[in-house]
Design a protein around this ligand. Structure first.
Ligand code: ADP
Ligand code: MG
Length: 404
């Protein structure tokens, strides 16, 4: 319709309106052009500069034909600056702000000196006074820069947040992948368990039935020993990778711990060379799965005993802290650890022992994570080690308390 009016009666329209119609058509053509090019330059900063630069030039034209100094369209510069801060960030928005400021100053300067008289609106400018004119130019220019600064600040913050989110997504994906691999390894370990048990059972029978020469017996023993080690590794790994869910119950710590220690002392092949000293605070209650507590204590006690090469002592204390926490200490006077060893003892598969799996402490940590509790360690090479297990106390169940 614009084109129709333009074609039919050009003489009847004021020049400014004709130019506005022309601009509208130009913008339409440019938009189509951008639309087509956008597919190829989606991520190109140059394309964004070109597009925003063209917008700035068009805005200057619109301001020119709508009265230059008197035009109300100078705010469109600000829109361009905001847009550029989103697309090409701080540097781009400052460049665009400069570009817009330059054009506006030039436009008003030309108008002031009477070089733009074709629209018949600007003749009164010198009469307004240079002070007022420059005031308006300065206002527009500072608005452009202020907006460039502020909106690029926001845009950059948003970009940073987006980048962080992306990094987090990548991290989660990695963790998921690791978890899937762990699950696969656990599945494999589980499948190894049964054939391994059958094999060592069969070899055991063979060994008993056959009359072998002494060095062949030795070979049989090697097979059995290694099968045993493999089976320990597999079950340790399974405990680490798939810890049993556990049913936390409220238990009386001194009683349960006493039972666990008695069992351990009977089981360990260390009765004669290790002296156990036990000091348990009475009437302490915690909420934990019985099997989990046994597993944790067992691994710590075993490490303590294994750290003592010859004769030595292992001390177990429980220390209540303000009716809130309870510390369980496992202290040995064994060989202790160097700083370098200390830094790695919680890594899965880290071991300094020839027949270790390096999973004992990893299992302990894994279990403790479920109870929000903490394991601290102090050690001195040649002197011994102290592990401190920090658990939460709970109120003694009604009717069971010794005070009741
Ligand atoms: P493993 O017992 O199979 O080696 P752990 O995870 O139980 O695996 O222990 C890892 C390592 O931590 C041990 O090999 C040992 O070097 C060190 N460690 C753990 N407990 C003690 C301790 N009480 N005294 C000295 N070293 C210890
Ligand atoms: Mg161990």
């Amino acid at each position: 319709m614009f084109a129709y009016r333009l074609g039919k009666e050009p003489g009847l329209l004021p020049l400014a309106v004709q130019i506005i119609y022309g601009l509208a058509v130009l913008i339409l053509i440019l938009s189509t052009f951008y639309f087509i090019l956008f597919r190829f330059f989606r991520t190109s900063a140059h394309f964004a500069y070109f597009q925003l630069g063209m917008d700035a030039i068009l805005t200057t034209f619109i301001i020119m034909v709508t009265g230059s100094f008197a035009s109300v369209f100078s705010f469109m510069y600000l829109l361009i600056v905001i847009y550029s801060s989103i697309l090409i960030f701080r540097k781009g928005s400052l460049i665009l702000a400069s570009f817009c400021s330059m054009q506006y100053s030039l436009l008003i300067g030309l108008e002031y000196h009477g070089h733009l008289s074709m629209f018949g609106m600007e003749e009164g400018l010198p009469r307004i006074g240079w002070l007022f004119v420059s005031f308006k130019v300065i206002a527009v220019v500072s608005a452009c820069y202020a907006i460039a600064f502020l909106s690029s600040l926001l845009a950059e913050r948003e970009k940073r947040a987006r980048d962080q989110l992306k990094a987090m997504e990548a991290h989660v994906k990695r963790v998921e992948k690791t978890a899937a691999m762990g699950e696969m390894a656990a599945g494999l370990a589980h499948e190894i368990k049964n054939p391994l048990a059958s094999m060592s059972g069969a070899i055991q029978l063979l060994k008993e039935d056959m009359r072998l020469e002494p060095d062949k017996v030795k070979l049989m023993q090697i097979v059995l020993r290694e099968a045993d080690r493999l089976s320990t590794l597999v079950s340790d790994f399974l405990q680490f990778a798939r810890p049993s869910a556990g049913k936390p119950e409220i238990i009386q710590l001194d009683k349960t711990l006493g039972e666990i220690l008695a069992l351990f002392q009977k089981d360990a092949k260390s009765q004669d060379r290790i002296t156990f000293t036990v000091d348990l605070a009475p009437n302490i209650w915690i909420k934990i799965d019985h099997g989990h507590l046994r597993q944790v204590m067992w691994n710590l006690l075993l490490n303590a005993v294994e750290a003592i090469p010859d004769r030595g002592s292992v001390t177990i204390n429980t220390i209540p802290i303000k009716n809130e926490h309870i510390w369980i200490e496992v202290i040995d006077n064994g060989q202790g650890m160097s700083q370098a060893t200390l830094a790695s003892i919680f890594d899965p598969f880290f071991t300094t022992r020839a027949d270790g799996t390096g999973l004992g402490l990893s299992i302990v940590q894994r279990i403790l994570a479920e109870y929000d509790s903490q394991l601290d360690v102090e050690s001195e090479a040649g002197h011994g080690t102290k592990f401190t297990l920090k658990l939460k106390q709970v109120a003694s169940p009604v009717g069971k308390s010794t005070h009741a």
